[in-house]
Design a protein around this ligand. Structure first.
Ligand code: BT5
Length: 263
C-alpha cells in the first residue's frame, strides 16, 4: 500500500519539518536530497521504492515497492561539524523510540543499525555536502523494513521487517510521523549541544557496551578491542588488545564471541 501522504502532511506538526516531497520511485532519497537545490532545513524526501538505495561504503539498500519506509531529512546545522556523526545516532534513536511505542524492543548497533533479535530491521545513512570549508547540508537517510513478507536469499538470514515481527500488516503513516517527531526532539537537543544526553541514551540501548568486538575499517583492516564508551562526537571508544584506547569512526563492528582476551 502506498503512503497516504496528504494525511501525513496534515498530521505532522513538529517544528523541524518544513516541506515533504513524495515520489513513487527514486534512485535514492539520499542522492536526491543531496542534489536538491535551495532546499530548506527540515525538507523530507520520501519514496515508495528506491532503484539504487544506498548503504554505507557503496553498499546497496534493498528498497522494494511499497514495503518499506525510505526517506531522507535535510539538515543545515550551523556549527559543531565535529559532532555530525551524532546525527546518524539521532536517526537510529528516533526509530528505536517509535518501535518501542508499538512494543517492538530493538537493539542499537553502532553506528547505524537497528536490530531485532540480531536481524536488521532498519539502517541509517548520513551524508553531507560542502563547498570548501562551508558545510552546505547534512542528509540523514532512514530505511525501515515495514511490510516485507520475505527477503532475497542474500539478506534472508540477517534481515527482518515489522510485519514479520508482528505477524500482521503495519500502517506506515503513523510510524513516519512518529519518527519525524522524535527526530525533531533529538535534533533540538543536538542544536542545544546536549551531546552527553544523546550519547547516554544511545549507550543505554546498545548491547555492545563492554563486549569484545572486531572493527573492520573501510580498507579492511581488523581491530580487536573491548567497547568502553561512545564519545561526544559519536566515535566508538574501544580498549585495544595492546591496552591502548582507540577512537573509531567509520567501519563495521561485529561482536567477537570467541575472544576471552579481555576481562
Ligand atoms: C545502512 O548501510 O544500513 C544504511 C541504509 C540506509 C538506507 C536509507 S533508505 C533512505 C535513504 N536513501 C538511501 O539511498 N539510503 C538511505 P550499511 O550499514 O552499509 O548496511 C548495508 C547492508 O545492509 C547491505 O550490504 C546488506 O547486507 C544489508 N541490507 C541491505 N538492504 C537491507 C534491508 N532492506 N534490510 C536489512 N538489511 C539490508
Amino acid at each position: 500500500m502506498s503512503l497516504d501522504i496528504k494525511g501525513v502532511k496534515v498530521d505532522i506538526k513538529n517544528s523541524l519539518i518544513t516541506d515533504i516531497f513524495y515520489y513513487k520511485s527514486l534512485k535514492s532519497t539520499n542522492k536526491f536530497a543531496l542534489e536538491l537545490k535551495d532546499a530548506k532545513e527540515g525538507t523530507v524526501i520520501i519514496a515508495e521504492r528506491q532503484t539504487k538505495g544506498r548503504g554505507r561504503l557503496q553498499r546497496k539498500w534493498y528498497s522494494p515497492s511499497d514495503a518499506g519506509l525510505y526517506f531522507s531529512i535535510i539538515l543545515k546545522p550551523k556549527k559543531n561539524y565535529n559532532n555530525i556523526p551524532l546525527l546518524t545516532l539521532i536517526g537510529a534513536l528516533s526509530v528505536y523510540k517509535t518501535l518501542n511505542t508499538i512494543k517492538i524492543k530493538t537493539d542499537l548497533k553502532w553506528p547505524n543499525d537497528i536490530l531485532y533479535k540480531n536481524k536488521k530491521v532498519c539502517g541509517v545513512l548520513s551524508q553531507f555536502r560542502s563547498s570548501g570549508s562551508n558545510l552546505e547540508k547534512v542528509v540523514v537517510g532512514i530505511g525501515l523494513n515495514v511490510n516485507q513478507k520475505k527477503f532475497p536469499e542474500k539478506l534472508k538470514s540477517k534481515s527482518i521487517s515489522l510485519r514479520m515481527i508482528k505477524n500482521k500488516k503495519i500502517k506506515k503513516e503513523g510510524l513516519l510521523i512518529d519518527i519525524l517527531d522524535n527526530f525533531s526532539i533529538y535534533y533540538k537537543k543536538f542544536k542545544e549541544e546536549k551531546f552527553e544526553e544523546i550519547i547516554e541514551e544511545w549507550k543505554d540501548k546498545m548491547k555492545m557496551l563492554n563486549k569484545i568486538i572486531t572493527f573492520s575499517t573501510s580498507d579492511n583492516k581488523k581491530i580487536l578491542g573491548k567497547v568502553i564508551d561512545i564519545s561526544a562526537k559519536g566515535e566508538l571508544i574501544i580498549k585495544h588488545e595492546d591496552g591502548e584506547t582507540k577512537r573509531l569512526i567509520a567501519g563495521d563492528v561485529s561482536v567477537d564471541k570467541n575472544s576471552l582476551r579481555f576481562k
